[in-house]
Design a protein around this ligand. Structure first.
Ligand code: NAD
Length: 423
């Protein structure tokens, strides 16, 4: 199997088969502008010193300051961070947001750390990289296994090092320190706005649409909750430890699943006796089974490389909404396209997160506060505009939505490079 960055470059290459991209722009787009690697020392609770490996890849700032999340995960590696930073560059350009693309990560299993160790690690990441980031240079945000608390610690550490409070240095912060409440739900909401639009275009009723979601974290849970509340049928949910699948066309209530998960620590804590977790309605399954289950919409909302050449032919959903970054390999993409499955690509489907991060940064740097309603309405406008722009390109060249998104984004980045006199 190819690495995530090799997959990303293949997606870039696909663009050149559709439109002319100048050799100069291609040369610049094939490599990240800056790659930082740091050792982060943490005094562990047992008194021993441990050094964690951290990365920040700043792929392109052609269209504006670098922007992208920070991931804490045992599998983080430089190739993955490069791919994610490239996708951020494409995503911000596609959404018309004046940012470039970046991504960060630390090779760690945060579940093994105490709260104190986690805080030390978060502050250590900033101590290692503070000269390279900032509200005008590179603005990080949460990603897998990082959250608003981590962003709060990081913003505080950055501010300590600057000598003044710099709210605009990080997005996805707690509301009390410059965060905005709409940010925590933005990724799932953005994906749901698109699904709802597509279902309305198909003139289908939500109650007839069965949705399976892989990954029950920030993105997956919010999507599940909004879809459930709007009358869609949730028929499968999973997390890293396993899945639950509804029996006999039953509907799952994501709120109830979350409550059980909080109590038991397992998503199949839902698979138990009692009123909200009736054994007769749900069965435990593997993540592999969830991906291939009978449903209308599949939402990968966990990690990369989940839909591959080995399972793509077994996918039964007719719509895939990619909330996760890079869940489908390019080879699997071709299989899904041949099967006439509509794939709403990650660079659009999960772009609600960076869009509302942009709103948060705007408010922090302009010292203003918008209402949640105003923020959510602006999100709807940007999601739908970008969807329409992508559809137009897809129709013009008879290409899938992912390639159309990349065509649009690469053209915008190339234009920025030309206008700046780089090429
Ligand atoms: P999260 O840490 O809140 O949740 C991740 C979920 O995925 C958890 O439920 C975890 O148990 C599950 N998971 C992990 N490994 C798995 C596996 N092998 N199989 C099945 N489930 C697994 O993370 P998140 O913020 O919800 O991010 C999920 C995805 O969405 C990532 O790909 C991330 O890059 C992408 N994304 C998130 C945001 C955001 O704002 N949170 C924005 C854009 C993209």
């Amino acid at each position: 199997m190819k690495t995530p960055f090799e997959n990303a470059l293949k997606q870039l290459d696909n663009v050149t088969k559709i439109v002319d991209v100048s050799a100069d722009a291609l040369e610049l787009l094939q490599k990240p502008q800056r790659v930082h690697e740091v050792a982060i020392p943490v005094r562990m609770d047992n008194g021993k010193m441990k050094s964690f490996r951290g990365y920040r890849v700043q792929y392109s700032n052609a269209r504006g300051p670098y922007k992208g999340g920070i991931r804490f995960h045992p599998d983080v590696n430089i190739d993955e961070v490069k791919a994610l930073s490239f996708w951020m560059t494409i995503k911000c350009a596609l959404m018309g947001i004046p940012y470039g693309g970046a991504k960060g990560g630390v090779e760690v299993n945060p579940k093994d750390l105490s709260q104190r160790e986690l805080q030390e690690l978060s502050r250590g990441y900033v101590r290692g990289l503070y000269l390279e980031i900032g509200p005008k240079i590179d603005i990080p945000a949460p990603d897998v296994y990082t959250n608003e608390q981590v962003m709060g610690w990081m913003m505080d550490q950055y501010s300590l090092l600057q000598g003044y409070t710099s709210l605009g240095a990080f997005t996805g912060k707690p509301v009390e320190i410059g965060g905005i409440s709409a940010r925590s739900t933005a990724t799932g909401r953005g994906g749901f706005i698109l699904l709802d639009k597509i279902i309305k275009e198909k003139k289908k009723k939500p109650k007839d649409v069965r949705i399976a979601i892989q990954g029950f974290g920030n993105a997956g849970y919010v999507f599940a909750k909004l879809a459930h509340d709007a009358g869609y049928k949730i028929v499968g949910l999973s997390d890293s430890r396993g899945a639950i699948i509804a029996k006999n066309g039953k509907n799952m209530d994501p709120h109830a699943v979350l409550e059980r998960k909080m109590k038991k620590g397992l998503i199949d804590g839902m698979y138990c006796k009692g009123s909200v977790c009736d054994e007769e309605n749900f069965s435990a399954a593997s993540n592999e089974e969830l991906l291939e289950m009978d449903c209308d919409v599949l939402v990968p909302a966990a990690i990369e490389d989940q839909i591959t050449e080995s399972n793509a032919k077994n996918i039964k959903a007719s719509i895939v909404v990619e909330l996760a970054n890079g869940p489908t390999t390019p080879y699997a993409d071709e299989i899904l396209f041949k099967k006439n499955i509509c794939v709403v690509p990650d660079v659009l489907a999960n772009a609600g997160g960076v869009t509302v991060s942009y709103f948060e940064w705007l408010q922090n740097t302009q010292n203003t506060v918008w209402s949640e309603e105003e923020t959510n309405q602006k999100l709807v406008d940007i999601m739908i505009d970008s969807y329409k722009n992508m559809k137009k390109i897809s129709k013009k060249y008879s290409i899938d939505y992912r390639t159309a998104s990349f065509v649009l984004a690469v053209e915008r980045v190339e234009d920025a490079m030309k206008n700046r006199g780089w090429i």
